[in-house]
Ligand binder design. Structure first.
Ligand code: PGA
Length: 259
């Protein structure tokens, strides 16, 4: 059975003290999450330890709540000024890392080959990779979005063996035209793409593996649209940007998680 997940990607927002308050406000709500439901906080790197401290202090369940980073180096250590290694992140309690977010692909020129290396390093450290894919508007308008997303997955993930992968990889489909724009993919558009992604994974790794991999939708997810999106058969939760910055808005999305 695949996990249902809401991950909050704060991007480069909030000061550490504000982040602490946000996490505390979300956690004090004591949501009755089921064993297969998880919430992941992905603050900026400077906030990770403070957020972890709150999570430890409030003794949250490690299956239900995880700490995630927005980026990590593909190297484990050495002369890489400005980089942070997966091992360092793991050491302070980070369990997952976002890889291949469209902002990193476009603004920081991360190539499919770079992402592949990041995925490998994370998996070698037994960390979970939240792998993002998604097409720009022009590609959607040209009706080439399926091939585009398939290629992104193929290029950075298909060197992996399928065995045990469902615990190590979370996919996030984020159409670029819906990120931070207030424009969401309709439930039909999301389900069509998610079902397609699952079929691509099944072709490569078999349906047992594909059925167990969580595929999140990202792009202007908020309380108002989360329940409809999450009710789709192949949508296993969301990667949430803007709405993860406010406790009530984030809680509204979490409450829309299905069993
Ligand atoms: P958004 O961002 O929810 O603000 O659209 C989503 C993301 O980029 O992960």
């Amino acid at each position: 059975m695949r996990n249902k997940i809401v991950a909050g990607n704060w991007k480069m927002n909030l000061m550490p003290s504000e982040g602490e308050v946000l996490v505390r406000d979300v956690l004090k709500e004591s949501l009755a999450l089921k064993y297969n439901q998880s919430v992941i906080f992905c603050p900026p790197a400077t906030h990770l330890m403070a957020v972890k401290k709150v999570m430890t202090e409030l003794e949250v369940s490690e299956t239900n709540y995880m700490l995630g980073a927005q980026n990590a180096s593909h190297k484990l250590s050495g002369a890489h000024t400005g980089e942070i290694s997966p091992e360092m992140l793991k050491n302070i309690g980070v369990r997952c890392v976002i890889v291949g977010h469209s902002e990193r692909r476009s603004m920081y020129h991360e190539s499919p080959e770079d992402l592949k290396k990041k995925v490998d390093t994370l998996l070698s450290e037994n960390m979970i990779c939240i792998f993002c894919c998604g097409e720009p508007l022009a590609v959607r308008e040209a009706e080439a979005h399926m091939e585009y997303v398939e290629k992104q997955i193929e290029e950075s993930l298909f060197h992996l063996k399928g065995e045990g992968l469902s615990n190590k990889i979370i996919l996030a489909y984020e159409p670029i035209w819906a990120i931070g724009t207030g424009k969401t993919a309709s439930a039909e558009q999301a389900e069509e793409m998610h079902a397609f992604i699952r079929s691509v994974l099944a072709k490569k790794w078999g349906s047992d593996v594909a059925d167990d991999i969580s595929i999140l939708y990202g792009g202007s997810v908020k309380g108002e649209n989360a329940a409809e999106l999450f009710s789709c058969e192949n949508v296993d939760g969301g990667l949430v940007g803007g709405a993860s910055l406010n406790p009530n808005a984030f809680l509204d999305v979490i409450k829309a998680l299905k069993d």
